[in-house]
Design a protein around this ligand. Structure first.
Ligand SMILES: Cc1cc2nc3c(=O)[nH]c(=O)nc-3n(C[C@H](O)[C@H](O)[C@H](O)COP(=O)(O)OP(=O)(O)OC[C@H]3O[C@@H](n4cnc5c(N)ncnc54)[C@H](O)[C@@H]3O)c2cc1C
Length: 370
């Protein structure tokens, strides 16, 4: 029976795992509470597995800084521990004049963010690299890649355990109260409801992170912490499409996502996606009627893709702070000292590039807890 611990991390997605792995470098007693039966069953295993370069986010935003830092940390970790990845590079294509301007803006923004290897390409240069695409121009990002996200999650979990982190699966955090300088955390597992005391609580609860903040007494409307769910579906392509392209192929970004792109996973499967549309509830089914939309989106820059070769694959949900009519919103990663809750660290809105940035986010949180 738990009574008092140093750090309680809520959520065993990539962010909770990376944070546990980082914090456990010290001598703290760290516990991770996860409502599911094991780690990584939600957004962390329902994404594109792309290692992003850091192009899309405004200069000096946490998204930009932590993506660029996280990418380097991630490649290095993968090299040192044999976690599979492929630095295949990515080509963003412009289908018309307007989109060429977008590419130029992305190039400028990415360069300001410290992505120093971006190359603007003419139509001829882009087609020389990827002869099958249709494009007016391209932006090449050589440092983008594909990751074995399950390999990363398993590595972080096993390393954190070796460092003494305790994982408590099948246990949902249902309440958080201030108790002197500490927190009383209420949990529910199959034996019922109980509570323990933690000095530091780190909220890595993904799609539930706004509700966890609310449980701790934060006014999430006033703090602008309310999450919007934005679904992304994937369709797979027939195996005859394997190895047709060497790189990730992206269109210019949409309002809520990076656009429906072409990706060959490490196991060879070719996928189109993700789409981006706001939903009210978490439902991971793929709507087959969206097939035509996927086909027409892809057809603009991948003219050889045939409708009958698409099959529904999987879906993920982005925990977005940005609502349908809002502008850019950054990650929230903050110690809630300003609202009288020091030692409560909230991570809210950890959407893309959260997977890429995970190790840098963990370092950022680690500095807050030391
Ligand atoms: C469609 C899509 C594509 C994406 N593509 C990319 C990409 O290519 N590259 C990239 O860098 N990023 C990408 N992302 C973003 C990336 O997947 C996320 O940023 C990252 O996985 C977030 O991890 P997390 O640990 O915060 O969340 P999660 O993986 O959702 O983990 C949160 C955990 O908290 C647990 N939890 C919640 N409430 C409680 C509670 N009350 N008690 C106990 N446990 C609780 C949940 O069960 C869950 O396991 C994509 C996201 C989506 C949706």
């Amino acid at each position: 029976m738990l009574t008092e611990i140093d750090v309680a991390i809520i959520g065993a997605g990539v962010i909770g795992l990376a944070t546990a792995h980082e914090i456990a470098q010290g001598k703290k007693q760290v516990f991770v509470f996860e409502k599911n039966r094991t780690f990584g069953l939600e957004t962390s295993s329902r994404n594109s597995e792309v290692i992003h370069a850091g192009i899309y986010y405004p200069r000096d935003s946490l998204k930009a800084r932590l993506c660029v830092e996280g990418k380097t940390l991630l490649y290095d970790l993968c090299d040192r521990h044999d976690i599979r990845y492929k630095k295949c590079g990515k080509l963003i294509v412009a289908a018309d004049e307007n989109e060429i301007r977008w590419l130029e803006e992305l190039h400028e923004q990415g360069t300001k963010n410290g992505v120093d290897d971006l190359v603007l390409l003419s139509r001829t240069e882009a087609k020389k690299l990827e002869p099958r695409i249709e494009a007016r121009a391209g932006l090449l990002s050589p440092s983008s890649g594909i990751l074995d996200s399950h390999g990363l999650l398993s590595f972080l979990h096993s390393q954190a355990r070796e460092k003494g982190v305790q994982f408590v699966f099948g246990t949902e955090v249902i309440g958080i109260e201030r108790a002197g300088a500490k927190y009383k955390v209420h949990i529910r597992d199959r034996d019922g409801v109980s509570a323990f005391v933690a000095h530091i609580v780190v909220n890595c609860a993904g799609l539930n992170s706004d509700r966890i903040a609310q449980l701790a007494g934060i006014d999430i409307t006033e703090s602008s912490y309310e999450l919007h769910y934005c679904k992304g579906e994937y369709f797979s392509l027939d195996s005859k499409y394997r190895n047709l392209m060497a790189r990730l192929i992206y269109p210019t970004p949409e309002q809520a996502g990076h656009g429906i792109h072409w990706r060959q996973a490490l196991d060879g499967r070719v996928l189109l996606g993700p789409s981006a549309y706001y939903v009210e509830t978490v439902d991971y089914s793929v709507d087959e009627t969206h097939k035509e939309y996927f086909h027409s989106s892809a057809k603009r820059f991948l003219p050889f893709v045939e409708l009958e070769d698409l099959a529904p694959e999987s879906a993920g949900i982005r925990p977005k702070l940005q609502g349908p009519d809002d502008g850019f919103r950054d990650f929230v990663i903050t110690d809630e000292e300003r609202v009288g809750l020091p030692g409560l660290i909230n991570l809210i809105g950890i959407e893309s590039p959260g997977l890429t940035a995970a190790l840098a986010i963990a370092r950022f949180v680690g500095r807050m807890t030391s």
